[in-house]
Write a protein that binds this ligand. Structure first.
Ligand SMILES: NC(=O)C1=CN([C@@H]2O[C@H](COP(=O)(O)OP(=O)(O)OC[C@H]3O[C@@H](n4cnc5c(N)ncnc54)[C@H](OP(=O)(O)O)[C@@H]3O)[C@@H](O)[C@H]2O)C=CC1
Ligand SMILES: O=C(O)[C@@H]1CCC=N1
Length: 272
């Protein structure tokens, strides 16, 4: 993996997830700097991962060859405009923000700088992330490879040729850990209603999900419907539960939720 000097501007949840994964995958901690207006998150990053930290975005910008733009989309305009007082030539920008197209990011940065978009998710924290990647045509092959290697260091990646497809990645992977957490939460709550305590109910649902996820990963040739069929005895308990989910419209609800994520990303692109 190429090891450029890498700055994260915005030291929130997603930066922390990627930094953690990078350090675990062997990225040199001395080559990573994070900047953030307030210190608690910086202090935690320094203590946990030994990276460099600063409250000055300008210092992070000067330090780095590659800069991950990792503030909330609503903060991006203000933050990028302030970066313009630095020499931004020769910098590679990597935006992880939802809903902000490359063209808009270039306007915010005030120049035709190379900008890649990465749509990661929080399991990157454990090296189990899934990221969608889009490279603006101005990005060199070496930089394209750098972005891919960096995100492969924290999980798996998929390139999209059309920038709009990043919104589909948001729906399927960026936001989707939250869907699974919600599903688990609903199951845990019902297990508690059935009389299990907090710890036992959590253990049951999380281990069942972990096992199910492993079965999916270890059986790439088996359709998901086949894996489900293997659990479902005719006339049995699983059929009763699964038919309830289907009859109550789970599949329609999931597709509606994913389309809502895409619609929101499109709306943000118009607003910001
Ligand atoms: N969370 C997720 O699962 C995913 C998030 N993303 C994208 O990642 C980006 C960051 O999201 P997330 O990490 O969740 O958000 P967080 O709110 O956790 O992190 C954003 C950080 O930016 C800091 N910040 C605010 N203003 C500035 C500034 N001017 N300069 C430097 N830092 C600043 C905030 O500091 P303070 O709190 O001190 O104000 C905060 O620590 C977003 O654009 C989001 O779309 C993409 C994929 C998944
Ligand atoms: O909720 C959001 O907007 C960000 C993008 C994907 C996950 N979190």
């Amino acid at each position: 993996m190429q090891q450029k000097k890498l700055a994260f501007i915005g030291a929130g949840n997603m930066s922390r997830s990627i930094i953690s994964g990078l350090i675990q995958s062997g990225y040199n901690k001395d080559l990573i700097m994070a900047s953030n207006p307030s210190t608690p998150k910086l202090d935690a990053l320094k203590e946990e991962f030994g990276i460099q930290t600063t409250q000055s975005n300008d210092e992070a910008c000067t330090f780095a060859d590659a800069i991950v733009l990792s503030v909330k989309p609503q903060m991006m305009g203000q933050m990028c405009e302030a970066l313009q007082s630095n020499d931004l030539s020769d910098k590679l920008f990597i935006s992880i923000a939802a809903g902000l197209p490359v063209s808009r990011l270039k306007e915010m940065l005030g120049g035709d700088y190379p900008v890649a978009r990465v749509m990661p998710n929080t399991p990157s924290l454990l090296g189990k992330g899934m990221s969608g990647l889009y490279a603006d045509p101005t990005i060199t092959e070496t930089n394209r490879q750098y972005v891919e290697d960096m995100m492969n260091g924290v999980g798996d990646t998929v390139w999209v040729d059309q920038e709009d497809d990043i919104n589909g990645v948001i729906a399927a992977a960026g936001s989707s850990p939250a869907y699974f957490f919600l599903f688990l939460q609903a199951m845990q709550e019902e297990a508690i209603n059935m009389g299990f305590d907090q710890a036992a109910s959590r253990k049951m649902v999380q281990q069942a999900m972990l096992g199910a996820a492993e079965m999916v990963c270890q059986n790439p040739d088996l359709e998901l419907s086949e894996l489900r069929a293997q659990v479902t005895s005719k006339g049995g308990t699983t059929a009763a539960a699964v038919n309830t989910l289907i009859d109550e419209g789970l599949q329609e609800t999931v597709s509606k939720a994913m389309r809502a994520a895409v619609a929101r990303a499109e709306e943000m692109a118009k607003q910001l």
